[in-house]
Design a protein around this ligand. Sequence first.
Ligand SMILES: *Cc1c(COP(=O)(O)O)cnc(C)c1O
Length: 365
Amino acid sequence: MPAPRIEIELDKLAHNARTLTALYGSKGICVTAITKGVCGSPRIARALLDSGIRSFGDSRIANIQKMREVGLDAQFMLIRSPMPTEVKRVVEFVDVSLNTEISVIRLLASEAVKRDKIQQIILMIELGDLREGVLPSDVEPMVAEVIGLQGVKLIGIGTNLACFGGVRPTEANMQALSAIVGNLQRKFGINFEVVSGGNSANYQWFVSTPDIGIVNHLRIGEAILLGCDTVTRERIPGLYMDAFTLVAEVVELKTKPSQPYGEIAQDAFGRVPVFEGKGNMERAILALGRQDVDGSAIKPRIKADILGASSDYLILDVSGLGLKVGAEVQFDVGYSALLRVMTSPYVEKVYLPLSQLTARGSSSC
Ligand SMILES: *Cc1c(COP(=O)(O)O)cnc(C)c1O
């Protein structure tokens, strides 16, 4: 098989999606599967659809377009605040967009009117993580304007935490969200279809809270793909963390010193590297580099240490492991590694098919 490659076990992803939709569904929370970590892979989306997912979200319209083109019967959500210059494509390809700027919503509205469509909108509220979101003090006038606009329908309110500022979802900020939404509903005499409480980081909050408030929706990416609670990066019980296996090939294997020799200046990336002296070691060089992966977010499945990476090589200490040139090394991938691996055209994507045994999921969302 070609290397480097990422092997993708669709059965494990389907299992993760089924488990999470059942867990969150037990308290009336619907799940939108977020596919940006896998570039909107239609094969993966199909497997998730077969396991009960009915809504997909991605940050890129190109990814949504790819999923639509294979005819997936689902709702598509654009989760990145749209660029004014992509408004036409939003209206063409996206069912629901997450929005934070009234000027962009106005553009969406007039484009939708032109096409005789209704663009669905979720307004995102800032609750401390300091990425996208309308400040709570500004949300009322914004809602007032949006519900008066032709061409758009305000279907919900959402928030996003634990992405930029590392602020985790808690009892306090989730209750704040419910309270803000409750006030808006009373004030404007409307009922929002969607109260979107967050992402994979909402797991601990969900399993520990006595009351989920009026939150009824989550946007889940990493927990489906990598099986973890993103606040701690620990496994969510019952999920697979190894649905993805990165495989790379050894192209050089030699015993060399553990420290560079000569006058030390900058490396290829402008840093002055420092290496611990451990005497001679068996060093394997793999044909896998920073163009393919974030080398700091992968973990070899053998007892090897990653020494570093340049654009095209990954260097490992493989002392005592008996590797040979041409041997393959397998790695677990973290989220930033997965993102780059799936984006790199140099990494072959190998899908291990969904087994016939996998029952078709069902979902009420
Ligand atoms: C990426 C993203 C998500 C999904 O986050 P995960 O941690 O992968 O679950 C949800 N919502 C928004 C707005 C995002 O950008």
